[in-house]
Design a protein around this ligand. Structure first.
Ligand SMILES: [Mg+2]
Length: 192
């Protein structure tokens, strides 16, 4: 069991259903209807999707800047479990996004009025996550990017891989979870 305060979370692909938003923007604004969620078999979209790389780049930039009309939805169960954690401990989210404010506002909108603080840190790089987690004494990090999991494990942080179609292609030694119910089951809220 993991002690609260020793675990932190990635946002895109773990808390936020960012790939579903990508597909929704592609459909609504670019008429791209033939891609399914399961087709996203690589973390870097241009490596797996039959979409003009320039359109991929534009959509990703729009997502990073919060420039879209449709909603960024949470992954099933995330809000309920995180709200429960937030009653017991401060929450830490660490994203490799370069821009903090759109995603920080989204996190606070999803988890309003929690008694303990909710901190959102944008590192701008994958490597930057290890330093942030290390400085805060975080031992476990829930992450959907397999390459980042390997990087974290080299820095003595235990990654927990959130299963997604884009992290299925390579073998790895990490614990996996497929839902927020599974994350909930790993944490002992009664210890500290
Ligand atoms: Mg992610």
């Amino acid at each position: 069991m993991i002690t609260p305060g020793h675990i932190a979370f990635d946002i895109d692909g773990v808390f936020a259903n960012t790939m579903a938003l990508f597909l929704e923007i592609a459909r609504r604004d670019y008429g791209i209807n033939h891609i399914r969620y399961e087709d996203i078999t690589e973390y870097f979209l241009e490596e797996c999707l039959d979409i003009d790389p320039e359109i991929i780049r534009v959509i990703i930039n729009r997502i990073l800047e919060g420039d879209f009309e449709t909603e960024l939805k949470p992954i099933d169960g995330a809000v309920e479990v995180l709200a429960e954690f937030a009653e017991a401990q401060p929450l830490l989210f660490v994203t490799a996004r370069p821009q903090l404010s759109p995603i920080k506002e989204w996190v606070h909108r999803m988890l309003p009025l929690k008694p303990f603080g909710i901190e959102v840190i944008a590192t701008g790089t994958f490597e930057g996550k290890a330093d942030v987690l290390d400085a805060r004494g975080i031992q476990y990090f829930v992450e959907d990017c397999l390459e980042t999991c390997f990087m974290l494990s080299e820095h003595a942080i235990t990654p927990i891989l959130f299963r997604q179609p884009w992290n299925r292609s390579s073998p790895h030694p990490f614990r996996e979870v497929g839902s927020w119910a599974e994350i909930r089951a790993l944490v002992n809220l009664h210890s500290s």
